[in-house]
Design a protein around this ligand. Structure first.
Ligand code: AMP
Length: 221
């Protein structure tokens, strides 16, 4: 099963993808996570990407695509994966199709998580992420038991650089400029489903699982 999650920052793509990966026993591939790992270990890629990320802009397609191709060459993707954060524009969508075609793989389902701007700003401006295991918390909606400490692994929580209100607004503008073409593209390929992501995470998850269950999986080996 290849399941792609589209949606604005703050729609819950990462949260849903993590749970779906466990439920469906598939790897979760997040281009944002891979980029952040590269930034924190100061790789060449991380140094080239950092400025774009801090400003809420897209990292150039060539860099992200190279990174994704490397990830796809690992054996765990053979039975499919949950893709979160890619594609962000039409060019990336076409590149993804080419990469998958070479591997005789197909996207089964694209879930577009639709969330309103005020919900997104409220979610992201309070988001706290664990440095250790990546679990998300929220300063008011889902606070950790001990301030700034992860309930799961006791790791330290931090606010992402790009979760400041001004940067969130930039990320939303960038997103709006690209999403229309992307959804039209996947609509034509008959794989697009829209889910209201303003709802609670457990309701959204249930809807995505129901959608995923409708698909026979041509990727299964
Ligand atoms: P995310 O964690 O998906 O919100 O991504 C955080 C940041 O990483 C984005 O604001 C972009 O700067 C960068 N990024 C993640 N995925 C992509 C992508 N597919 N194309 C370009 N930039 C990306």
């Amino acid at each position: 099963m290849i399941l792609v999650l589209l949606g604005p920052p703050g729609a819950g793509k990462g949260t849903q993808a993590k749970t779906l990966a466990k439920e469906l026993k598939l790897p979760h591939i997040s281009t944002g996570d891979i980029l952040r790992q590269n930034v924190s270990s100061s790789t060449d890629l991380g140094m080239q990407a950092k400025d774009f990320m801090d400003k809420g802009l897209l990292v150039p397609d060539a860099l992200v695509t190279k990174m994704l191709t490397q990830r796809f060459s690992q054996p765990d993707v053979r039975n499919g994966f949950i893709l979160d954060g890619y594609p962000r524009n039409l060019n990336q969508a076409k590149t993804l199709e080419d990469i998958l075609k070479q591997r005789k793989m197909f996207i089964n389902i694209v879930v577009y998580l639709e969330a309103s701007a005020n919900v997104v700003i409220q979610r992201l401006s309070g988001r706290l992420v664990c440095k250790g295991c990546g679990t998300n918390f929220h300063a008011t909606n889902m606070p950790p038991r001990v301030p700034m400490t992860c309930d799961n692994c006791r790791g330290q929580l931090y606010q992402r650089n790009d979760d400041k209100v001004e940067t969130i607004k930039n990320r939303l503008t960038v997103y709006k400029n690209e999403v229309k073409e992307l959804t039209m593209y996947y609509h034509k390929l008959k794989v697009l489903h829209r889910v209201n992501a303003d709802e609670e995470a457990s309701i959204v998850l249930h809807k995505i699982i129901q959608l995923a269950q409708q698909y026979d999986d041509p990727n299964k080996v």
